[in-house]
Design a binder for this molecule. Structure first.
Ligand code: SF4
Length: 259
């Protein structure tokens, strides 16, 4: 069983503030003026203490000089490490995110390529949908034969890929929670502009084909909707008000002079 003991706070190491500052100043040379007040210490281990000093260098707000000293019984205090580290207030670069994870919908420009990995869980080999009994070599052979014979797509959406797409579409602008759908008088399932799709998602989604609608050409859920629904009718008070009867002015310039 592992136990975590509190490290021994060696008094000599704790009180070696000026030794730590002197070592730091000596190391910085002409930049020694960048060392500010002593901010505190951290006990790193038995007899090992890190002293923290403010950094007053321009552009380094929140950074701290860190000087780690050590002491063993009977020996002198030694300086182990000098380093500039960011504090809680420091401006630091954001955490590294791999390129593949940084790409968002809409980032691709014409000519950009975004290959899908062989093990992408959203896709399965078309000839082994469901189970996946093929090893890597067999998959490569199946792919080559399928391409040579023109048998259609090598891979199709897996159940996971279908679920992810359905969730994304349902929660997005084409789903029932979009503001335009919330205010719609009717849903897409009864709209004449809805194009039905095939496959597993057919009961839940279609494609809007109304050129006057915001969602024209997009996937919409059956319970989405908008004001351009094919059966929308205006109520009496929403219809344009009829114009008053025209007034025919029969007065001629001569008659005007006699008035
Ligand atoms: S016009 Fe509106 S209601 Fe009709 S399918 Fe398109 S989004 Fe749905």
């Amino acid at each position: 069983m592992t136990t975590t003991a509190t490290p021994y706070a060696d008094p000599a190491a704790l009180s070696a503030v000026e030794d730590a500052r002197a070592a730091l100043v000596a190391d910085l040379g002409s930049d020694a003026g960048d060392v500010g007040d002593h901010l505190g210490h951290l006990v790193e281990g038995d007899g090992v203490v890190t002293h923290l000093f403010a950094c007053t260098r321009k552009g380094y707000v929140g950074w701290r000089w860190s000087v780690t000293v050590a002491h063993v019984a009977g020996g002198p205090v030694t300086v182990d490490e000098l380093v500039l580290i960011p504090g809680d207030e420091a401006i630091v670069a954001p955490a590294w995110v791999p390129y593949r994870e940084r790409i968002k919908p809409g980032d691709l420009s014409p000519g950009d390529l975004l290959p899908v990995g062989d093990d992408d869980p959203r896709l399965v080999p078309t000839y082994s949908f469901g189970d996946d009994p093929l090893d890597a070599d067999a998959k490569a052979q199946v792919r080559q034969v399928a391409q040579e014979l023109g048998l259609g797509r090598v891979r199709t959406l897996s159940p996971e890929g279908l679920d992810l797409a359905a969730e994304r579409w349902y929660d997005g602008d084409g789903g029932p929670t979009a503001p335009i759908a919330q205010a719609a008088p009717h849903h897409c399932h009864s709209c004449g502009f809805l194009v039905r799709i095939n496959g597993h998602l057919a009961p839940y989604f279609g494609v809007c084909a109304n050129g006057d609608a915001n969602d024209d050409g997009r996937v919409v859920s059956m319970d989405h909707g908008c004001g351009a629904h094919s059966e929308v009718r205006l109520s009496k008070k929403q219809e344009p008000q009829p114009l008053p009867p025209p007034v025919v002015d029969t007065l001629t310039p001569d008659e005007f002079e006699t008035l």
